[in-house]
Design a protein around this ligand. Structure first.
Ligand SMILES: [Ca+2]
Ligand SMILES: [Ca+2]
Length: 365
């Protein structure tokens, strides 16, 4: 099968699942309820359009929840400098302006290069026929019936011709979705956009600091309940993943940015809608290394470590998406993190950008 063969090549991110039991939150002893916000003042420069100043400070990253994924544990205390951040995910309209201005062609629109693909596959993997190496991307394609949740190929399909302009394949378009987050974006696409916009991708630490909105030790970006008073505060998946998406929050797929309430820093959709790329390589032991519970990575060592995908080169994505469900991945939490193949996109991953202050005393990157 053409689609299956290509899919095995390009899909290097695996999605384990677990169910986080309610009310099992455990906090570290030194975990304060609130961040220690940096004394750095907001810069005097005018706020860039659609960005807010994230003040920086000290906070607790990750979690000690016993049922959270191992890659999110343990909680560690870290500090971050202040920075400007996009209040919403980069939209289709914004990405179209970039493409129009530069003529940029995304990775999903280019013919896959076998020499690049094979670097992330076990040695000796045979080269597929050229006829299957065609432009395209991974599209969420749910089966019409319940399926075992261990096999992601039952709902992720490679679709020839899928790209940011054609999110579900050649017959789909962006009509009515101009204000939705752009998807099918590979890391180099996001970097190219960032260079054009004079911004950069956030680090994982910056992203999580911003998503938590000043509150430490909370399971969600807004507190400890997923839907306080029955209110949906993010675009996630209701129903039974993957086949039954009730769209109770109003959306089966992506939603227009800024539809749901912002967090206390004024940021929209940090949780849900689409996963967001960060500039960090994915290391499943990152928090354990920071806490001194695993050996540090020496200079020159592979910065990626994912026991489920040993040959993959992945960047960290954060925040979960419209596909995060209570019966499956539960990744609509600030501490949630996943590896995402650096050289491909999917229909549920996008990005937003940050920018350093012009005054280097305020942001010392
Ligand atoms: Ca939804
Ligand atoms: Ca998001």
């Amino acid at each position: 099968m053409k689609s299956n063969r290509v899919k095995k090549i390009v899909l290097s991110c695996s999605v384990p699942f677990l169910i986080i039991a309610c009310n099992q939150e455990k906090k570290t002893e030194n975990q304060a309820e609130k961040f220690t916000i940096s004394s750095q003042n907001k810069p005097k420069e005018e706020a860039p359009k659609d960005m807010v100043w994230i003040p920086g400070g000290e906070f607790t990253m990750g979690t000690d929840e016993v049922n959270a994924y191992a890659a999110e544990r343990p909680a560690v205390n870290l500090s971050v400098d202040g920075f400007w951040m996009d209040i919403h995910e980069v939209t289709n309209r914004e990405f179209a302006e970039f493409v129009e201005s530069t003529g940029y062609i995304t990775v999903a629109e280019r013919k896959p290069e076998w020499e690049e693909l094979k670097k992330q596959l076990p040695p000796g993997t045979p080269k597929p026929d050229d006829s299957v190496l065609v432009p395209g991307s991974m599209v969420f394609s749910p089966p019409p019936y319940p399926v075992p949740l261990q096999d992601i190929s039952l709902w992720w399909k490679w679709v020839d011709g899928a790209s940011w302009k054609h999110p579900e394949g050649p017959d789909s378009d962006l009509k009515g979705r101009e204000n939705h987050p752009v998807v099918h974006i590979a890391y180099e696409d996001a970097e190219a956009y960032a260079k054009w916009a004079g911004k950069r991708l956030p680090t994982e630490i910056e992203w999580e600091f911003a998503a938590r909105g000043g509150m430490n030790g909370k399971r969600f970006a807004w507190g400890d309940e997923l839907t306080p008073n029955g209110q949906f505060l993010a675009n996630t998946f209701q129903g039974t993943f993957p086949n039954e998406n009730t769209g109770k929050d109003g959306f089966i797929g992506t939603s227009p940015v800024k539809t749901f309430a912002p967090n206390t820093f004024g940021l929209y959709d940090m949780i849900g809608n689409v996963w967001e790329l960060t500039s960090d390589w994915y290391d499943a032991l990152k928090y354990a290394r920071l806490a001194g519970q695993a050996p540090k990575l020496d200079a020159g060592m592979n910065p990626c470590y994912n026991p489920d995908n040993p040959y993959a080169m992945e960047r960290v994505i954060k925040g979960g998406s419209f596909l995060c469900a209570e019966n499956y991945c539960v990744n609509y939490r600030p501490s949630a993190r996943q590896g995402h193949a650096y050289d491909s996109g999917t229909s549920n991953v996008g990005f937003r950008l940050v920018k350093d202050a012009k005054d280097q005393n305020l942001s010392m990157k």
